[in-house]
Design a protein around this ligand. Sequence first.
Ligand SMILES: [Zn+2]
Length: 273
Amino acid sequence: MAELPLPSLALRELGGIPLLTDDALARTAGVRVAFTGRAGGVSAGAYAALNLGSHVGDDLAAVEENRRVLMAALGLEGSALLVPSQVHGTDLVSVPSADAAALKQARAEAAEGADGIVVGAPSVAALLCFADCAPVVLVAPDGRFAVAHAGWRGCVAGIAAKAARVLAADAGVPTSQLNAYVGPHIGPCCFEVGDDVAARFAAAFGTGCVAEDGVHVSLARALAADLAAAGVDPARVCEAGVCTRCHPDEYFSYRASGGVCGRHGALACRLEG
Ligand SMILES: [Zn+2]
């Protein structure tokens, strides 16, 4: 099994949709990772345009069309799509195969509430939805992957490390061989929290993830510390370095919008072949 290329994220336009992706990973491991923004869809108003979230007040037909357009842009029309009901927890849904029974079981678990999906088969796409929270995608050398949602609760509870351990165990490799991608999220410039939350971050990941003012937290640093503690190689952690709240025209931001907004996505899928 070949080792993965070191992760990198570049802005590309695929099928008319601008997104952050790693072409070298797609070429070598057959896994397409995509972090979308607002551009490229059909939703209107606060949800314009590529809203992928179905629970935020947008027209459901528009959301379905946006998901269809995204899958087509990535050449994934023939793949199954799983979108969990995110609940700020640390439960992961495992999808070991693409057969109908496995997909049915996974969809039922995902609908119950989950914040990560671990996929072991080709032609199964996992999509999670975001507006300031941090998306984390992990990829193993054999093409298995996990997509997770890390808001502050999930981050403090260690969802990134948990996903890394589960994925590595499934793939039968050490966590040091995984690639990790942290997508656009609210940056330390804007992520102001209360004293209690800041203290929880410092206790979990050290004071390095809390700014000197004591109220601004770096989710990226916290996630990096969490992944490192799980054995992920820091050289294999790639962070998008974009603050969603600073760029509300390009990304959905819960805080910048006052709470009414769409959701951009983190999607991964292994292509057949
Ligand atoms: Zn910012």
